[in-house]
Ligand binder design. Sequence first.
Ligand code: ATP
Ligand code: F6P
Ligand code: MG
Length: 542
Amino acid sequence: MGSVTVSNKKSQTTSLNNYNNLATAPVANKTESVTTNNNCNGWIGGEGASAMTSAPNPKPKIVYGTAGYILEDVPHFTDYISDLPTYPNPLQDNPAYSVVKQYFVHVDDSVPQKVVVHKDSERGVHFRRAGPRQKVYFESDEVKAAIVTCGGLCPGLNTVIRELVCGLHHMYGVKSVLGIEGGYRGFYARNTINLTPKCVNDIHKRGGTVLGTSRGGHDTNKIVDSIQDRGINQVYIIGGDGTQRGAAAIFEEVRRRGLKVAVVGIPKTIDNDIPVIDKSFGFDTAVEEAQRAINAAHVEAESVENGIGVVKLMGRYSGFIAMYATLASRDVDCCLIPESPFYLEGPGGLFEYIEKRLKENGHMVIVIAEGAGQELMSEKMQTMNKQDASGNKLLQDVGLWISQEIKDHFAREKTMAITLKYIDPTYMIRAIPSNASDNVYCTLLAQSAVHGAMAGYTGYTSGLVNGRQTYIPFYRINENRNHVVITDRMWARLLSSTNQPSFLGDKCHNKDNVEEEEPLNQLPNGDLSDDTLKVKKEISSI
Ligand SMILES: Nc1ncnc2c1ncn2[C@@H]1O[C@H](COP(=O)(O)OP(=O)(O)OP(=O)(O)O)[C@@H](O)[C@H]1O
Ligand SMILES: O=P(O)(O)OC[C@H]1O[C@](O)(CO)[C@@H](O)[C@@H]1O
Ligand SMILES: [Mg+2]
């Protein structure tokens, strides 16, 4: 890798090899900014480098290199605490690793966010590669780790807990690991449990989380007080978008107080709506389990004349589960997701398509994500805007609603007699243990998280980017949500597999009606990479 510059007012140039020593360098406020929201919790390293002081204005920690190389780095203890002792990584004496060449990750290793490039492309954004480092910032018996799970359930939660405990124990000799019960509020309202490799040995075979979980109840100060009171110095926080925002707030407070506490996020969401990462753990398991419901709907539908099977799947704001379950099944004739608004009546509408499909095939299967059609439903029904304890919008049951609308339509129109069966497996797909590939994924995520904390990194989410484990600054995880891009090839593949209407009507040819999000990764010739052209809802007026 060529020389890499840490940009700052004094244009100081620092090799990445020295990057961990930045805290002792007189680095001033960074002048460039990156696209991020005001709540970002990353920060430029080196500010206020003296011990027990904190940066007044945290900014993302960005390193620039040659040919447009950008490293969106994660915070490190040395950014705000000076004179920390380091120790050789105990893995170097571990017989399992002694035969592995270059087992330790090189300090300059990073992973590109975009792998599709043109010959003149800039190198673009990179994230720090995860993995064990030669030096660690904790002695084994100094570590007191804590693990907490927050938000909804997801297959694999127990596997991550197990692998954190076993990873800390077996790789780094850490004996003290606490489980925080019942989500964030467990830090200050519940007891903790001691987690040992023995007591977590079998938990990956069970669904749910042995620690319990909750929504709401995040009180940053109380949580950090509890971390301080209990002497915890590594916190592993497993949860979705809300949880990662909470983790960013905890990190900020920890840093403000100048504590040597690693705050590490492990992204969890069955909806796969966390940005940057390839996919979230448990997603594959959920898609696989959804097949059982789709199969049942198909069997019911094809066994009667004009049979319709409707399956509702999870996906509050993003329709990934519905999209992948549809693509995997091949029995689905129509997939409805929040990102692709649809309409019922008239030419090109859902009712017209159902009639056509029944005439052609005698039966059909519809998969609908729980967040789809919410605006349509609210137009037709008087709905209350309710929220859960975390402030997430509580959704109406779109599966029940659409089933009734279809039945009413055919009863009214008398074009054909239909039989409709509605299957709602929503909680069944997330309350199960993770499958084999998710178990492996959870193991890698957990071990990467542990390596990073031991190496003194903090304020990051451990995540898979282009097939490599990385450390991603919280602000990147928290700045937006991952959506199905309906102008992307994946959605086109689905449309061509189901043959359903796009519900875009003429408007899909009218660029004025397409509201595009900022094309973050525009390629040099003006083309947009697959996953960056984001088209928002634009047919609500149809
Ligand atoms: N902006 C925020 N700042 C601090 N804490 C938050 C924030 N948003 C949510 N939290 C806390 O994070 C926890 C989990 O949030 P939430 O219930 O939204 O689930 P999640 O982590 O998004 O998971 P999922 O949506 O996949 O079920 C809750 O305890 C909530 O109080
Ligand atoms: O009923 P709960 O536990 O609030 O969870 C429901 C929500 O959790 C998720 O599984 C994850 O966010 C969503 O798909 C769903 O809307
Ligand atoms: Mg969420």
